[in-house]
Write a protein that binds this ligand. Structure first.
Ligand SMILES: Cc1cc2nc3c(=O)[nH]c(=O)nc-3n(C[C@H](O)[C@H](O)[C@H](O)COP(=O)(O)OP(=O)(O)OC[C@H]3O[C@@H](n4cnc5c(N)ncnc54)[C@H](O)[C@@H]3O)c2cc1C
Length: 558
């Protein structure tokens, strides 16, 4: 188990290493040259140097056995440094996942041990030119090679696309169709018939090597079949989606914060119209504050999900999807706003926010696109809605109301309004059979993610107030600031759910003026509007907290 102290040491070594080896000028130069710093990636993987991989590997195989919570914090830190390098390190983690969760004990010992001891690099080869979101369409084949009636190996043929570490990995996990269905195989770099293409010329994460792979009659021994039984590949991939998507969520979170952490100090120094931009409400309340609220809502959901996975609640695939969706969408918005916050400077290569914006863009695409996340979330929660006869989100709202009774300042009351409104929108969608429209199904996925995140952030703010947050949790904001963040986000979520909910219900089913009034009432729209009171002063309060003005204001008031 990793203690808080060990984790903090690892985070510090990572920061120190980055400061020395990957300062902004170096990152910008590598980005411009479109170069993956392989030597740095290997240094970071090397157990005798930084040994980041050790955190991911269970103790029994020579690793440090980091918890989901530990890995979240490390991944966020890596993303803050550079999302390309983070992707490269994550690729080994992703590439070894089918082994961690599906391999035989001997295979685990051999391969996970090798990653821990030698710091080798893996790549994860699932996607193909015609099989992206729909992995079931994969065409790569693995044909049995038999000797004396016994399977001794496989011949793999096919093409893989967009593979991170594709041109630099030592070993690859490759998904291929056997006679019994999709199956993972471990293939060594340099095997006869196995080649990679030149690195892709990408929009962002240019420090990460991404390449297509070609497999032409590549022979592997039977012991390279992960788990020893054919046809388990998609199940093995799905078994870890909750976890792996949670880690990509941390990339969105880290990328978004990395941009804001440049925009915030910039705006404190940049003088326009007689004063710093940070003193201008029209600037902070548009470009900074709402992005902080969305990112911290995503963090609350990430932390809650990590805690639950660590508590043994299972793989939590839907929760991983919600975390990824909220954090990566928020990360993109925050990075885009940061370019605006730096004005013309933000638009130039010289300032990091331009690079971060390009880098963070990938997080809504890889490891499942945002649209696939919306579908995953919606389908799962739709079943819950049906199973509970429409009561699931009303019950979640009641929990928030109880929390509100105990902690009236953490936004739980408004989160409850959001959850009640969601339950009503879903019920209306059921009654008028709206999910036959795929668009409505996916929009519900978005509203579900907002509502659940509002509940999660209110709980986090309450835990913070009670001093009961996970001891390793990020404590950048004190209880009062976190409560303000929660109130700001809950208002946004409630209004979004009620307004978008009405839009999609009316947009798909139509409504008379009387029905529209009824819908407004059942969704609690007037109450949600009333709950917006106090929003601007909460934003003022958060801006003061972000710019370290809270103490000064209190002093002046005294
Ligand atoms: C830089 C980079 C690194 C990557 N690294 C890896 C890696 O290491 N290993 C690996 O295996 N893969 C990797 N990928 C692949 C990545 O996971 C896929 O690109 C992603 O899953 C999307 O697949 P696709 O590109 O084929 O898009 P498509 O699936 O064709 O999707 C295109 C668009 O259509 C939408 N869409 C798709 N299906 C539906 C639907 N049913 N309903 C509505 N909308 C839909 C999508 O949301 C998206 O907006 C990487 C990709 C990139 C760009």
């Amino acid at each position: 188990m990793i203690t808080k102290k060990t984790l903090q040491l690892s985070l510090k070594s990572l920061r120190d290493f980055a400061k020395k080896r990957l300062p902004d000028e170096e990152l910008i130069a590598l980005d411009e040259r479109d170069e993956c710093p392989v030597e740095i990636v290997r240094h970071m993987s090397n157990p005798d140097q930084l040994g980041i991989q050790l955190l991911f590997i269970p103790e029994e195989y020579g690793g440090m056995g980091g918890s989901t919570f530990d890995v979240y914090l490390i991944c966020e830190q890596m993303a803050r440094i550079d999302l390309g390098v983070a992707t490269s390190l994550f690729a080994t983690f992703l590439g070894s996942d089918p082994i961690t969760f599906g391999a035989t004990p001997e295979q685990k010992k051999r391969w996970l041990g090798k990653i821990a001891d030698e710091g080798i690099l893996f790549a994860y080869g699932a996607t193909e030119p015609e099989a992206g979101s729909d992995l079931g369409a994969l065409k790569t084949t693995a044909d049995r090679v038999e000797k004396d009636g016994k399977i001794v190996g496989y011949k793999i043929n096919g093409t893989k696309q967009w593979i991170s570490n594709g041109g630099i990995a030592d070993h690859y996990t490759i998904l291929a169709n056997t006679p019994a269905g999709p199956t993972w195989f471990i293939v060594d770099a340099g095997t006869k018939g196995f080649a990679h293409d030149k690195p892709e010329d990408k929009h962002g994460i240019r420090l990460s090597n991404t390449a297509a792979l070609a497999l032409d009659n590549v022979y592997v021994d039977a012991d390279r079949l992960v788990g020893g039984a054919e046809g388990q590949g998609l199940l093995q991939a799905q078994a870890v989606f909750g976890y792996t998507r949670l880690m990509v969520a941390t990339f969105g979170l880290g990328g978004g914060w990395s941009a804001l952490d440049r925009a915030i100090p910039y705006s404190a120094k940049r003088i326009q119209a007689g004063g710093p931009l940070s003193e201008k409400q029209g600037y902070t309340h548009k470009l900074i504050v709402p992005n902080v609220a969305r990112l911290e809502a995503a963090r609350a959901y990430i932390e809650q999900t990590a805690d639950r996975i660590d508590a043994g609640e299972g793989s939590l695939n839907t929760e991983g999807a919600i975390a990824k969706y909220m954090a990566t969408e928020a990360g993109n918005l925050a990075a885009d706003a940061s370019i605006q916050a730096l004005g013309g400077y933000g638009y130039t290569h010289e300032y990091m926010v331009e690079k971060i914006k390009r880098d963070v863009r990938i997080t809504t695409i890889y490891e499942g696109t945002s649209e696939i996340m919306e579908m995953t979330i919606s389908r799962d929660r739709w079943q819950l809605h049906l199973k509970t006869r429409g009561q699931h989100y009303h019950e979640e709202a009641l929990k928030c109301e109880e929390l509100h009774a105990k902690h009236p300042n953490v936004g739980a009351g408004t989160a409850a309004l959001a959850l009640h409104a969601l339950a009503e929108v879903m019920e209306k969608a059921r009654a008028t059979r709206l999910t036959r429209h795929q668009h409505i199904l996916l929009r519900l996925g978005e509203l579900i993610a907002y509502a659940e995140s509002a509940g999660s952030l209110a709980r986090r703010a309450a835990l913070m107030a009670e001093n009961k947050l996970n001891e390793k949790a990020n404590k950048r904001f004190d209880a009062a600031a976190l409560a303000a963040i929660s109130r700001i986000f809950a208002r946004e979520a409630a209004l979004k759910i009620a307004q978008d909910g009405m839009r999609w219900v009316i947009g798909a089913a139509g409504a008379t003026p009387a029905e529209i009034s009824g819908l407004e009432a059942s969704l609690g729209l007037p109450t949600i509007h009333a709950a917006q009171a106090g929003l601007v002063s909460d934003m003022d309060f958060l801006a003061d907290a972000l710019y370290g003005r809270a103490a000064k204001r209190a002093e002046m008031a005294a």
